[in-house]
Design a protein around this ligand. Structure first.
Ligand code: ATP
Ligand code: MG
Length: 402
């Protein structure tokens, strides 16, 4: 066939209940056919000569609305949709042309249509009302009697419109895919920068571990060995926190589930409980009972709390203090506060604590804890804010929507 020359979809549907009119269409769309017909109902006399360009179309014919819908359905099933159709409005018994189109566009949202009628029985405005604004550029109008030039020209338009729309959809999909790719690579680039930034810190941690381990090997007395082993454990824990921070940053998407916000708090307290006790930090919890569940990722929120608890512990060194964790309902969400009685944050630094790589801890900090925490909270459509008084303490406030 002509498939190789005309690679477009050329499938056109014709719906008309008058055999004479159907024959007229057939004559236009069938190669080498020669038919002359007269409409029995309308006065349309469409004498039709065969067109060489008939070969440009692949037409299917239906006499009733339901027949037309069946053809559309079958085409879709076979992966051979129609570009569009010529729909007669007044059909015999059964659904009319307008109803057929309404059902057809539910079956195939990309179908185009030409409404063909002998009577101006529905005004353009009325038809727009039936199909809605979003369909307004997908239908065309033709009155009987029509000429074969009108029909073939409209058929050509159907084909090229359908093709143009298909290309547009593919183009938009392509752009969307590119954007997603860009977001992914930006995330990776950010993670790369962070990885480089903290690379040296990992080196330091390993040096500390190896140095202390070698020292431990030389010790004979278990008490001395314990001190160096504790340093090793602390260094390894710190490395673990860094790795988890990086992981939550690079992870493309995490599962969100309904959950109790106290769960991730408990998870993180369990991890750090021992360290807090050792640092003489007292834990106080004030939770309003029976708070509603929220949409959350337990692992990620646990990471946020862990970062806040570790920061609080650092802020209260060397004498310790009180870590107060409270939760209550506020506005359409839940407000969780993590407050310490530590050194506080200066006005100048308060602006910077959420920045990537901002740290006042020198070698001991990497400055990603709070920036990762903030992005996790924002992914939950919440907010992370801070209030602080130098010398008195700091409180971080996490608000998460219900
Ligand atoms: N509770 C707090 N009290 C006082 N200062 C704080 C507190 N929490 C954070 N900060 C300040 O904010 C800075 C940034 O915190 P962030 O958690 O992002 O990085 P970090 O703790 O330095 O390093 P890490 O990446 O290991 O967490 C800290 O270096 C510290 O100066
Ligand atoms: Mg930190």
């Amino acid at each position: 066939m002509k498939e190789s020359i005309l690679p477009l979809n050329r499938r056109i549907l014709i719906l008309d209940d008058e055999p004479g009119i159907l024959e007229a269409y057939r004559g236009m769309f069938t190669p080498q056919a020669s038919v002359a017909v007269r409409s029995s109902r309308s006065s349309a006399a469409a004498a039709v000569a065969p067109l060489s360009e008939a070969q440009q179309f692949e037409a299917s014919y239906a006499k009733t609305g339901l027949e037309a819908l069946k053809l559309i359905e079958e085409g879709l099933k076979k992966g051979e949709p129609f570009v569009g159709g010529f729909f007669d409005v007044k059909l015999g018994p059964g659904i009319d042309g307008i109803e057929t189109i309404r059902r057809a566009k539910e079956l195939d949202p990309h179908l185009l249509c030409v409404i063909v009628t002998a009577y101006q029985d529905r005004s353009v405005d009325e038809i727009t009302q039936v199909f809605g604004e979003e369909f307004s550029d997908r239908w065309d109008f033709l009155s009987k009697p029509f000429t074969n030039t009108e029909i073939t020209q409209k058929a050509r338009n159907l084909i090229s419109n359908w093709d143009r729309r298909k290309r547009e959809r593919e183009y938009i999909e392509q752009i969307q895919a590119q954007q997603e790719q860009l977001i992914r690579s930006e995330r990776l680039a950010a993670a790369g920068t962070l990885a480089r930034g903290i690379g040296h810190e990992f080196g330091n941690i390993l040096l500390r571990i190896i140095g202390k381990a070698e020292l431990t090997l030389l010790k004979k007395n278990p008490a001395e060995m314990e001190t160096t082993l504790r340093t090793i454990v602390a260094a390894a824990l710190r490395a673990g926190v860094i790795v988890r921070n990086l992981q939550s940053l690079v992870k493309a998407e995490a599962k969100m589930e309904q959950g109790d916000v106290l769960e991730p708090i408990k998870d993180s307290l369990m991890l750090i409980d021992h360290e807090l006790k050792e640092a003489s930090v007292k834990i106080q919890e004030n939770h309003v009972q029976g708070l509603p569940k929220i949409q959350m990722n337990r692992i990620e929120l646990g990471q946020v709390f862990l970062n806040l608890f570790i920061n609080a512990k650092h802020a209260m060194e060397p004498n310790g203090g009180t870590l107060t964790i409270s939760s209550k309902q506020e506005k359409d969400g839940i407000l969780i506060s993590v407050a310490d009685t530590g050194c506080g944050i200066s006005k100048e630094n308060l602006q910077k604590v959420f920045e990537h790589l901002f740290t006042t801890k020198g070698e001991k900090g990497s400055g990603i804890g709070l920036s990762v925490s903030k992005s996790i909270v924002e992914k939950h459509k919440g907010t992370l804010t801070v209030t602080s008084v130098v010398g008195k303490g700091t409180a971080f406030h996490i608000w998460l929507p219900l």
